[in-house]
Design a protein around this ligand. Sequence first.
Ligand code: PLP
Length: 402
Amino acid sequence: MGGTDQVRSTRRSPATTNGGDMWQNPEGAPKNLASDAIINLDHGDPTMYVPFWKSIGDKCTVVFKGYESLSYFSNPKNPCWFLEPKLEESIKRLHGAVGNAVTDGYSIVVGTGSSQLLQAVLYAVTSHDQANPINVVSAAPYYSSYPEIMDLVKSGLYKWGGDAHGFDKDEPYVELVTSPNNPNGVIRGAVVNRGGILVHDLAYYWPQYTPITSSLDFDVMLFTASKCTGHAGSRIGWALVKDQEVAKKMTKYMEVTTIGVSKESQLRVAKILQVVADGCKRFGSPDGDNFFEFGQKMMAKRWEILRETVKKTQMFTLPKFALQHCTYFGELTQAYPAFAWIKCKEGIEDCEKLFRGHKILTRSGRRFGSDPAFVRGSSLYIMRQHSGWSFISAGAPRNKGL
Ligand SMILES: Cc1ncc(COP(=O)(O)O)c(C=O)c1O
């Protein structure tokens, strides 16, 4: 699991967990944090949404009988024959309601997370009779899993080509455009601009993280339930693909690697997306059933605490985001990225080490093709009585916060 963004060696099993260290048991109920507890802001595990999903009761409960979902096939009429029709319908409905991506005229390919779809896209868009693997690039700071995903199996089709800013070869390439970007939350476009193949990773293009400014219509757009609704454990991602031939080849990749995608996961996520779509047009409802309103409020609170703390310590800087008109909320809104891209003040060369010294685990800028003076910290953990951000300031009490 070392290649994923979410799970790395810092995880301990609940059985070996120190009573105060609730970070290792994110779905449990956190109590006060012990003074020597390790705060793990390294992973992008979206457990902060648990309170919303608890609050809506049984609306998303899906029951499977023993005789159901046995077949490999979901819809033999669809070129993506393992895509559950209910999931396809929910995906289209949700994008329509939020207005963040066009689905008319697109093929939908479902994957075991968008991580698997990324590999399926690369299989589909690369030429199989090329002499050398094609370079896959992304502008630094880039999502730290990209290099690992590209080079894990030493594919003959593609290889990691590094920072797109430095790509000057006169040859075909694939550019991964992550927008909003992980780790720094910035809205981005392609940087190489020499006719390469573009893959847009839009995992965070949802209203709780960023103002929605238009309904995107790129050739290949990747989304994931992991970051949209927080259901990372269901492992469902989807690709909106303009070119039917590319979608067919992606389907072939999924067919050969995993013979499709779990039906239980698809049907669970179909239900969840349907519930989100049902509630997402009710703004300010007393029932509080608008998931994006809930998510945005929670993220805003976390960023407020973080910015206040950073101001007090005078040791770090944070990115600033301009207010923009969000077509979903119908007003000017701020970006509240899933991650904070924190820069240490001059003189501190290893920001990750500094945080580690205060028992806060973050991810070094080095892992994102950037400077070790930066770290990425996650805002997505469950934090009932506190936000990890309260503890950035050395000596801050560890049992106060949100
Ligand atoms: C930018 C980006 N793309 C893709 C993924 C992978 O998501 P999934 O859980 O769908 O594999 C992540 C997860 O952190 C991510 O940050």
